[in-house]
Design a protein around this ligand. Sequence first.
Ligand SMILES: *Cc1c(COP(=O)(O)O)cnc(C)c1O
Length: 578
Amino acid sequence: MLDEFVTLPRVAYFSMEIALRNEIPTYAGGLGVLAGDTLRSAADLSLPLVGVTLVSRAGYFRQEIGADGAQIERPTSWDPSRWAHPLDAKVAVRIEDRPVWVHAWLYVIEGRIGGNAPVLLLDTDLAENTVEDRQITHYLYAGDDAYRLKQEMVLGLGGVRILRALGFEITAYHMNEGHSALLGVELMRRFAYRADDVRPGEALYDLPRVRDLCRFTTHTPVEAGHDRFPYALVKRLFASSVYGYNNHKVPEPEAPGAEHGPIDFKTLTALGGADELNMTQLALNVSDFVNGVAKRHAEVSARMYPGYAVRAITNGVHPYTWSAPSFRDLYDRHITGWCHEPELLGRVHGIPATQLLAAHAKAKQTLVAAVKSLTGVVLDPQVATLGLARRMTAYKRPEMLFTDLARLKAIAQRHPLQIVLSGKAHPHDEEGKRLIVRLHQFARELAGTVSVAYLPDYDLDVALLMVSGVDVWINTPLPPLEASGTSGMKAAFNGVPSLSVLDGWWIEGCIEGVTGWAIEDADSLYQKLAQVVLPLYYDPTGEQREWVRIMTSVIGANAAYFNSQRMMRRYATEAYLR
Ligand SMILES: *Cc1c(COP(=O)(O)O)cnc(C)c1O
């Protein structure tokens, strides 16, 4: 099973979460979906990658919405033996001075056009481990600091070791966000100089060699998105794997299963921060290629991390995954090879308007039917439909559209509109959960004038229904906090324009009146809706010629560019082949 994957040197792509498929709840949101799209493109393009993540048997959580609009968090789970194959190798990571054994499941992503990509799902649920340690890889983004640091030790330290134990030859380690930065520590230990060769005051490790191997993609300028751990906790969990300040002698490996010696505290603080272990700083210091996920985000990150060169590789989404069935069929008929080379979507102008409109109508019908069965809300397929789905958290400002309900009603009385919403809030994000309640209040207040549906349990399937079935995609983050944003790109694959605040990818994607419209605040949102977007949608001739022109440009300019095939060709040529 594994043989076909270890014959070729590979880039190891580490991510705390990877959205493999809808049935496997190993992701929470944008980071995981991007990781999944990254590996789906690697498979399509036969790029030699291997994904490394945690098995997250108990997933994130399943969201239900209570009668009052309150988020209810239900446990979820999945059975790895249904989708993945257990591999033989086992490695130990020392945590609190006991070995925690880690093994891996192999999940294979099949490309759309022949290739594939292996993903290793790390798992501590082994009989050798204590009851507590067996749960380290269970819950995604749950638990306290200690639980999170143990997970990151398993991911970073355990991941590097198991790749070697399985026989992988790794040419580069790519950290998708800082959660996996401890892989740098593991490589430092691997490339420690022999104690006898080190003279006092000289480096203990071959840092340039580690840096040469590591790449780091940072994903958010929001502080809460960067893990920091107190050194007291680090010392407790690393125990004898970290040794004291003035000791220049590298002790020999002692623990069973611990392949390498410990790391010294002085080196750790030099790389990870003086006061606390900052995983972003650690990742920056062990990588000689660092990038942000959109041009503006790279600039913002460069200001946040003075002294580091932060390049930009703008995100993209996976073409096949994010095209509704009706658009896949349409592109298959008219644009051979679009999955492999989405640049070809620039030729969308050759597709007859009636067929584009029919593909959209079909996607909209599918959404309308799903909304009815999931929420009971009956939408009208003839009415302009706005979509807004996000991780529900303050900086995404999902309530902006509802700032002035009287004004929104007045707009809807001239040009009918309806709204579909979705999104989860992290269980600890009280403000995010309040936002969901408030959105439901707005929906009740608008009843009779504007139909509003809130689809529970936002996941890959709900996302595809929404980005393809609505007429306009809305995004209202607080600049500059949206590093990239990807759902507007997904909408683009389905000919759906964005009406969005200029931040993240939209700064690069917006051509005013051509691929969508830029807004700044609630006032400009209402103004453009009332004066530009809705009048264009409700074409008095009934032909929607201007609307088709917009749909065509959205596909030809934005789907053709903001896709993960282009993104991965850039990672390959600029980050991996160095
Ligand atoms: C695409 C996606 C996200 C991320 O959307 P952004 O626009 O990047 O915030 C989150 N959750 C799901 C299920 C998605 O499909």
